[in-house]
Design a protein. Structure first.
Ligand SMILES: NC(=O)c1ccc[n+]([C@@H]2O[C@H](COP(=O)([O-])OP(=O)(O)OC[C@H]3O[C@@H](n4cnc5c(N)ncnc54)[C@H](O)[C@@H]3O)[C@@H](O)[C@H]2O)c1
Ligand SMILES: [Zn+2]
Ligand SMILES: [Zn+2]
Length: 367
C-alpha cells in the first residue's frame, strides 16, 4: 500500500514528507494504523547525524499509538482492532533476558532492529523499488507501520491514543526508573535531575511509590513548575552548588534515591554525589555523548552508594506499559500537562524546532 511518511533522506536536513510503499505484514508481523505519535529527542538526534549508529534513508518516529489493521500469518498476541503502543524495546517472552526478572533487555530481534530491519532481515518499507530502513523497529512518523507482534503493547481501548503514545518512550522511561529500576520505597527521599519528559516521569513515579520528599532540579523555572504538578516537593535551579544544596536539605546525608535525566555526564556525577551514604541509589537514564565517561570517586561507592542505569525504565513493554496506562486511566498519572503542541505529519520539522527551543515538553502528531 501507499502511505505518507516523514523520511530522513539526508542527515542534518529537514525530514521530507512523501509517499512511500509499505508491504503487507509477514509472519509474526502486524500492520498498525497510527493515530498519534510523539516527537522525541532521539528522532532529532538521529536526524542531526550526530548519532554514530544512525542510518539514512529511513522513516523516523518511535512514540506511536494506533490500531491493529491486519495481522500476518501466525500472529497470536494481537487481533484486528486492538489498540496498541509501539515498543522500541520489545518483549519476546522467550529469550534468556525475557525469562529473567532482572532485566528488560530482550535479545530476540536486537541485531536486526539496530540495523534498521525487521526480524527476518528485510524491510517492508520502500520507495521507487529501493528498500527504506525501519527506525528503532518502529518508524511511526507515518500513517501506517508494520512491526513484529512482540514489539506492540495491547492497551485498554478507553485510553485516548494521543495521550497513550507518550507511554511509548520518555514517560514510561521515567516512571519505570522510579517504579521498576530503583523500586523507590515509601517514605523515602528522592532527587530528580532534569525535568524533561523522562525526569517528570521519574517525579511522578517517585510520587506513586510513596516517596515523602521529591527534590527536582532543572535549569528552567517553567519546567520545575511542571515537576511540582507531578508531585515534586522541592525545586532547585541546577548549578555548581546543587550537591551541597541537596546535602543541606537532607540532613547532610544526601537522598535515598537520585535519578539523572539530562544526558550530561557532569549532572550524572552530581546525581551520584547527591545519593546517601550507606544505601543511596543513583539511577542514570540520560544518554551521554559518544566517548564521554562518568567520573566517580570510588570512595563514594565503598561507603555504600550504588549506581545503576535504566533503559526504558527497566520495563518489560508488553506487560508493563498496559499496566501503566491502566494507572493513567485510574487518574494516578496526569498526562495532559506534558502535551504542549499538536501537529500534523507535515509539521514534523516544526516539532524538532520546538524541541530545540525547549518550548513545551512534547509535541504530538495526530494522523
Ligand atoms: N534510558 C532510556 O531508555 C531513555 C529513553 C528516553 C530518553 N532518554 C534520555 O534521557 C535524557 C532526558 O530526556 P528528555 O526527553 O527528558 O530530555 P529533555 O532535554 O527534555 O530534558 C532534559 C532536562 O535537563 C535539564 N538540564 C540540563 N542541564 C541541567 C543541569 N545542569 N542540571 C539540571 N537539569 C539540567 C534541561 O533543562 C532539561 O529540562 C536524554 O539524555 C535522553 O536521550 C533515555
Ligand atoms: Zn524517545
Ligand atoms: Zn526476549
Amino acid at each position: 500500500m501507499k502511505i505518507r511518511a516523514a523520511v530522513l533522506q539526508e542527515f542534518a536536513k529537514p525530514l521530507v514528507i512523501e509517499e512511500v510503499e509499505l508491504a503487507e505484514p509477514g509472519p509474526g508481523e502486524v500492520l498498525v494504523r497510527l493515530v498519534a505519535c510523539g516527537v522525541c529527542h532521539t528522532d532529532m538526534y538521529t536526524a542531526s547525524g550526530v548519532d554514530p549508529s544512525g542510518y539514512a534513508p529511513t522513516v523516523l518516529g518511535h512514540e506511536g499509538a494506533g490500531v491493529v489493521e491486519r495481522c500476518g500469518e501466525g500472529v497470536s498476541l494481537l487481533s484486528e482492532g486492538d489498540h496498541v503502543v509501539t515498543l522500541f524495546s520489545p518483549q519476546c517472552g522467550e529469550c534468556v533476558h525475557c525469562l529473567s526478572p532482572l532485566t528488560n533487555l530482550c535479545l530476540s530481534i536486537r541485531e536486526q532492529q539496530n540495523r534498521g530491519y525487521l526480524p527476518d532481515g528485510t524491510t517492508r518499507l520502500s520507495r521507487g523499488g529501493e528498500p527504506l530502513r525501519h527506525f528503532m523497529g518502529t518508524s511511526t512518523f507515518a500513517e501506517y507501520t508494520v512491526m513484529p507482534q512482540i514489539a506492540l503493547a495491547r492497551i485498554d481501548r478507553e485510553a485516548p491514543l494521543d495521550r497513550a503514545c507518550l507511554f511509548a518512550c520518555g514517560l514510561s522511561t521515567g516512571l519505570g526508573a522510579a517504579i521498576r529500576t530503583a523500586a523507590v520505597r515509601a517514605g523515602s527521599s528522592c532527587v530528580v535531575f532534569g525535568a524533561g519528559m523522562v525526569g517528570l516521569g521519574a517525579v511522578a513515579g517517585a510520587r506513586l511509590q510513596g516517596a515523602e520528599r521529591i527534590i527536582c532540579v532543572d535549569m528552567s523555572p517553567e519546567r520545575l513548575e511542571l515537576a511540582r504538578g507531578q508531585g515534586a516537593t522541592d525545586l532547585l535551579i541546577g548549578g555548581e552548588e546543587t550537591v551541597a544544596q541537596v546535602l543541606e536539605m537532607t540532613g547532610g546525608f544526601g537522598a535515598d534515591y537520585t535519578f539523572e535525566a539530562t544526558g550530561s555526564v557532569a549532572v550524572m556525577r552530581q546525581a551520584v554525589e547527591s545519593a546517601r551514604m550507606g544505601w543511596g541509589l543513583c539511577t542514570v537514564c540520560g544518554v551521554a555523548g559518544r566517548g564521554e565517561t562518568l567520573d566517580v570517586v570510588p570512595r563514594l561507592l565503598i561507603t555504600g552508594r550504588r549506581v545503576c542505569g535504566s533503559s526504558f525504565g527497566g520495563l518489560k513493554g508488553r506487560d508493563d506499559v498496559p499496566a501503566l496506562i491502566r494507572r493513567y486511566l485510574a487518574g494516578e498519572i496526569d498526562v495532559d500537562p506534558f502535551i504542549s503542541h499538536r501537529l500534523r505529519l507535515e509539521e514534523v520539522n516544526r516539532g524538532f524546532e520546538l524541541m530545540e527551543a525547549q518550548d513545551g515538553i512534547r509535541s504530538v502528531i495526530a494522523f
